[in-house]
Design a protein. Structure first.
Length: 402
């Protein structure tokens, strides 16, 4: 029988135990002090990271848990999963809502609850493929940046004790709009650090998270479709459980305006083709390299039920915004590597210049109000705000590949 968590431990993270278990055990009392009897709001809680965060905080017995997500089906499945887990604490006030955090009904709900003690926001566009044209770019920036400030304005009415918003390793020296949007998001939340404590975390790819390429491998296999992956892209990976743990540690133990990241070494990086090869072996298949997507699709269409040979197509990366390596901090950021065993902390971040952020928001809104706005214009606006933003443009999108 195939167990995904066992596969991730063996082939992807190559860790039998969580990277963060030592820090959790050493800080268990502090975590309990922060979470027990607290009223918690998790936005984007039905996604891979948000739901993992929820599973990590529940054993510390919050008083109430409110979950907001636009994916109604995922919310229903999350509720079934939580209530079907033996021994898992579920607070008496448990309220999942299928709604958009930028909507008027969310504001009504928030004000009716008179705020929350802990707010964690996981709602985000996370894919580099979300910048294929001006429409996808606008949707990405509204969710990751413009609506993020709208949420912060609402929270300022009833300030939480802790606010956490997930970032990404791609925010360090960004080369794509998604990474740049998360770097701007960091500035936006830090600009509210005078109202309530704000923290974030940059971390690696979450193995087999919803919508990820490895999760796609499993979908392809279930449909007997070929696997496709880049040969030359190396990534750091954490398990789904680890993703929830690093967010919990950052949210509860981080100081105001701190950014957490995992201590991972270059030797722990994985390529996607290696994950695909391991997955096929686990299913009992022998990978057969094809010379093109067309050849791989053709071979997959001819597979019979008993065949153990499986078509794969591996190629060099040639799409816009694809960073060939990963980094968690820049040379200009102060880093504390001693406070935790498995986590580094970026410290000394200043509250961002509110006037500069306002000017950026006005420029973006004015641009999006024009029917003639282009992706190139938005990149120029972002570059004016982030001088180190070096966008990689190849003219090809991941949506043009398998």
């Amino acid at each position: 029988m195939f167990y995904l968590n066992d596969f991730i431990s063996k082939y992807v993270t190559k860790r039998a135990d969580s990277l963060f278990i030592r820090d959790i055990e050493q800080n268990r009392d502090a975590l309990s002090d922060h979470i027990r009897n607290s009223r918690v709001l998790v936005i984007g809680g039905a996604g891979s990271i948000g739901s993992s965060f929820i599973r990590e905080i529940l054993p510390f017995k919050p008083d109430a848990l409110t979950i907001v997500d636009t994916n109604e089906n995922a919310l229903a499945e999350l509720t079934r999963d939580l209530r079907s887990t033996k021994g898992l604490f579920i607070p008496g006030h448990y309220a999942p809502y299928a709604m958009d955090f930028a909507s008027p009904v969310f504001e009504k709900m928030f004000r009716n609850q008179h705020g929350f003690d802990i707010v964690a926001n996981f709602s985000a566009h996370k894919h580099v493929r979300s910048e294929k044209d001006i429409f996808s770019v606008e949707a990405l920036l509204r969710n990751n940046v413009l609506h993020a400030r709208k949420l912060l304005e609402l929270l300022a009415e009833a300030p939480p004790r802790e606010y956490f918003c997930v970032s990404t390793d791609k925010a360090a020296n960004p080369v794509n709009i998604m990474g740049a949007s998360k770097r701007i998001m960091e500035d936006v939340i830090f600009s509210y650090s005078g109202h309530f404590p704000v923290k974030t975390a940059r971390f690696a790819n979450v193995a087999f998270s919803n919508g990820s390429l490895p999760a796609g491998f499993m979908n392809r296999i279930s449909k007997r479709q070929p696997l496709s992956a880049p040969l030359d892209v190396k990534r750091y990976f954490v398990s789904p459980k680890e993703s929830g743990q690093i967010c919990m540690l950052s949210c509860m133990l981080g100081e105001n305006r701190e950014i957490f990241f995992p201590k991972l070494e270059e030797r722990q990086m994985m390529t996607f083709d290696a994950i695909a090869a391991g997955l096929l072996r686990e299913y009992g298949y022998e990978a057969v390299r094809c010379g093109s997507e067309e050849e791989a699709v053709e071979m997959a269409g001819d597979l019979n039920a008993g065949s153990m040979k499986y078509p794969v197509y591996y190629s060099e990366s040639d799409t816009s915004g694809e960073k060939m390596f990963e980094e968690f901090y820049t040379e200009n950021e102060l880093v504390d590597m001693e406070r935790f065993y498995s986590l580094g902390v970026i410290t000394g971040k200043r509250a961002a210049d509110a006037d500069k952020i306002n000017a950026l928001f006005l420029s973006l809104e004015a641009a999006f109000a024009s029917d003639a706005v282009t992706k190139e214009r938005i990149i120029a606006i972002i570059r004016a705000y982030l001088p180190n933003f070096e966008h990689i443009e190849t003219g090809r999108s991941l949506d043009g590949k398998m």
